[in-house]
Write a protein that binds this ligand. Structure first.
Ligand code: PEP
Ligand code: MG
Length: 761
């Protein structure tokens, strides 16, 4: 039975289209289970939702002329029952069941035994797979398992077909409201926009490069070098174009990483030695890119893993040049929504940036380089939209909803009108936000909040400067550690920190000490643990390695000489002893440097509040430091016991959970009582709903990604703090996040800020 299942799955995967696949399933399943009928019903999507129905899409045993013509409503028949309950139904005699519905002309009257299983994709029922027998009998548990397994394999293909619109051809043309298809991913960059899909196919595939014997290695190397040069100048041009688009010609350095790699002696050197050893230019490129990408791929921090894709992408770009392929601009639409698998920054180089209005990538997350770029440019982006039928989307009208990470294909009727209204609102919103850059984040009743940025690489500083950040609220120093091959020394670190402190001269720069462990390991310091998020992470690790900690603190202190804008932040503090020891080391380093006759001001010292034990000892902890910074990402993870990186439980992870809010309030109140400043540097600070509650709590500083800053400033300027406080009190009385969201959403809408939180619903 298992072999049979595998065979069907393989054949289905090789089918040219969904129709062929469904016919094949009906045929093969009927034979494999030795039943009389096998049919597949697929849910047609309709607006309003109650008009959705289950359309017969394939059958072996029933009347085939009814394919595409029989639709059962969700409250009709046994098929509707399976879909509604989202569970299998196994009956000895179907007509006896109260839900049974006789459909004329389909030829069902001869059948008694019925087994229906739902086809479910990521929690949504997409259709129903049914087998029937003339004989009165219940189907065996083996047959049930077979069908359930098969249905789970079918789900993704059906989803793809829905997105491509293939199925909608069979829907009733009069019910045109049903034609819009929505593909879900992750939010990448906020905004909602209409455009025409331009599919990027990675037809130039480095991995498919074959080895070839080279007769003249010197000539081969020249060819490769000129391709590299061409890519380098393209990036320089692209960088300048983006800088203009982002409104700052000098400071956009997002492409510097690419340009630097193209000049790096290790990257170029490995290619050169391969070519000299007799490899072709393409093969040398292929192997060098593989080698460099592997270094990043083995890192478990998602941000750094994404960099592997950047390396591969750079390689593909060089390969394109080697093959002298060019894109003809005249064929491109005026408003481009770039869609592709493993899309990355260099794909943007293939199109004129002034026509780019949206990005949809079937891979990546909100922290990938592409999403960073999209946010810097203010272009809506949806990331990780899996199962995209990329080819068939090309040329279709699509809408990108970057708020919720949605791709909407060919919206029609009132749904389309609503989306256009939102897109217009969005365009006005973006234009209006530009004016806020130089204004303070002050509530209508005069409460002033600091607006800081979070950064991880020096490259993040460029967009921060353009949005009027008042300081760096969180510099994640582990990122420079992770991209090196060994612990960076004191000099090396001091230079990195100096750049941040100098760029933000006169403004506060919060450097967080190393927060490795958990999902952020160092390749040169491997840690194997069963429960890494509860293990040797953050401050726990460095306190066991004072030599690492002291070097970092000395580097931070030396970098601040003459600037005096340094604050040191300690991550993952869970006990008073940890804090005491960490502070002792900070003062030890300070005293040593002062003994070396360096004039160094004492930095402000703060603690991340992200471990629940610190919340319950906040009165003691706050008294020991200058400021507190609430890491809502980890605090939510540890309070709710939900892994922040696990997409299976992602829907349950919510920083607006009343339990998390209560914890934050405790921290703020206790800290303020002692006169300590409180920052929020987790993602909640960049969330418009979160910001309202944080305003209500009287948080002193919000620190977030540069892209979120203007939007959050607008939120703060639109509320009275007194009203935000009332909303906070009401939220604390709620028992579920959904109630809190509904209330905040209404409050934002009432103030004309609805555009910040919703689009295209
Ligand atoms: C947090 O936990 O909220 C935080 C800001 O730190 P990180 O995301 O780096 O763990
Ligand atoms: Mg954290």
């Amino acid at each position: 039975m298992l072999d049979e299942l595998r065979r069907i799955v393989t054949e289905v995967a090789q089918s040219v289209d969904l129709r062929t696949a469904l016919d094949l399933i009906a045929r093969r399943v009927r034979d494999a289970l030795n039943v009389d009928v096998c049919s597949v019903y697929v849910l047609t999507r309709a607006v309003p939702a109650q008009e959705a129905g289950l359309l017969l899409q394939a059958t072996e045993g029933l009347n085939k002329t009814m394919i595409g013509r029989v639709t059962l409503a969700l409250n009709e028949g046994l098929v509707g029952l399976v879909a509604r309950r989202a569970e299998l139904v196994n009956l000895e005699n179907a007509p006896d069941h109260p839900a049974f519905k006789f459909v004329s002309d389909i030829g069902e009257e001869f059948y008694h035994g019925f087994l229906g299983v739902p086809i479910i994709y990521r929690g949504d029922v997409l259709g129903v797979l049914v087998v029937q027998s003339i004989e009165r009998r219940k189907f065996s548990s083996d047959q049930e398992s077979f069908l359930v397994t098969l249905a789970s394999q079918l789900a993704s293909g059906i989803r793809q077909a829905q997105v491509s619109g293939e199925l909608s051809q069979h829907e009733d043309p009069a019910a045109d409201l049903g034609a819009a298809v929505v593909a879900r991913g992750l939010p990448g960059s906020p905004g909602i926009v209409f455009g025409t899909a331009v599919s990027v196919l990675n037809s130039v595939d480095l991995e498919s490069v074959a080895d070839r014997v080279v007769e003249d290695p010197a000539l081969e190397w020249q060819v490769l070098l000129s391709a590299i040069d061409a890519v380098r100048s393209e990036f320089a041009q692209l960088k300048a174009d983006f800088a203009r688009a982002a409104g700052n010609a000098d400071e956009n350095i997002l492409f510097d990483a690419f340009i630097m790699m193209l000049g790096s002696s290790t990257f170029i050197g490995s290619m050169e030695s391969r070519v000299q050893a007799g490899m072709s230019a393409s093969a040398a490129l292929r192997d060098t890119v593989r080698e460099h990408a592997a270094v990043f791929e083995h890192m478990s921090d998602p941000y750094l893993r994404e960099r592997a894709q950047d390396v591969r992408d750079l390689g593909t770009r060089i390969l394109v040049k080697l093959r002298a392929r060019t894109q003809d601009e005249r064929d491109l639409p005026e408003r481009i929504v770039l869609i592709g698998r493993d899309l990355s920054a260099s794909h943007l180089a293939e199109i004129p940036t002034d026509r780019l209005v949206g990005i949809v990538s079937s891979s990546g997350t909100g922290s990938s380089h592409l999403a960073i770029l999209a946010r810097a440019l203010g272009i809506p982006a949806a990331m990780g939209v899996s199962d995209l039928p990329i080819v068939s989307l090309n040329g279709q009208e699509v809408v990108v909803d970057g708020y919720r990470g949605l791709l909407i294909v060919r919206p029609v009727g009132s749904f389309r009108q609503e989306l256009s209204r939102l897109a217009q609102e969005e365009a006005q919103l973006t234009a209006g936000l530009k004016a806020l850059c130089d204004l303070p984040a002050q509530s209508l009743d005069g409460f002033r909040m600091g607006m800081y940025v979070n950064i991880g690489l020096l490259a993040d500083m460029a967009p921060s400067m353009t949005v009027g950040a008042e300081g760096i609220g969180l510099y994640r120093t582990e990122i420079p550690f992770q991209i090196r091959k060994q612990f960076p020394g004191e000099e090396d670190q001091a230079a990195i920190y100096r750049e941040a402190l100098e760029t933000f001269r006169g403004k506060e720069v919060v450097l967080r000490t190393l927060d490795v462990g958990g999902d952020k390991p160092l390749s040169y310091f491997p840690i194997k643990e069963d429960n890494p998020f509860l293990g040797w992470r953050g401050i726990r690790l460095v306190l066991d390695h004072p030599e690492i900690f002291l070097t970092q603190i000395r580097a931070m202190l030396r970098a601040s000489i003459g600037l005096d804008n340094l604050s040191i932040l300690l991550p993952m503090i869970g006990s008073v002893e940890e804090l005491e020891t960490a502070k002792e080391y900070i003062f030890q380093a300070l005293n040593e440097l002062r003994e070396e006759e360096q004039t160094i001001s004492t930095p402000r010292i703060g603690v991340m509040i992200e471990v629940p034990s610190a919340v319950y000892q906040i009165d003691i902890i706050a008294a020991m430091v200058d400021f507190l910074s609430i890491g809502t990402n980890d605090l939510t993870q540890y309070i709710l016991a939900i892994d922040r990186n696990n997409e299976r439980v992602a829907a349950r992870y919510d920083a607006l959970h009343p339990a998390v809010l209560r914890a934050i309030v405790e921290v703020v109140d206790a800290s303020h009582l002692l006169g300590r400043e409180v920052t929020v540097c987790g993602e909640l600070a960049g969330d418009p709903m979160g910001a309202v509650l944080l305003l209500g709590m009287g948080i002193d500083v919000l620190s977030m990604s540069a892209g979120s800053l203007p939007r959050i400033k607008w939120v703060i300027q639109s509320f009275k703090q007194a009203d935000a406080r009332q909303l906070l009190f009401a939220a604390l009385e709620c028992s579920r996040p959904v109630q809190i969201r509904a209330m905040l959403s209404l409050a934002l809408e009432e103030r004309g800020l609805g555009g910040l939180i919703r689009a295209g619903s």
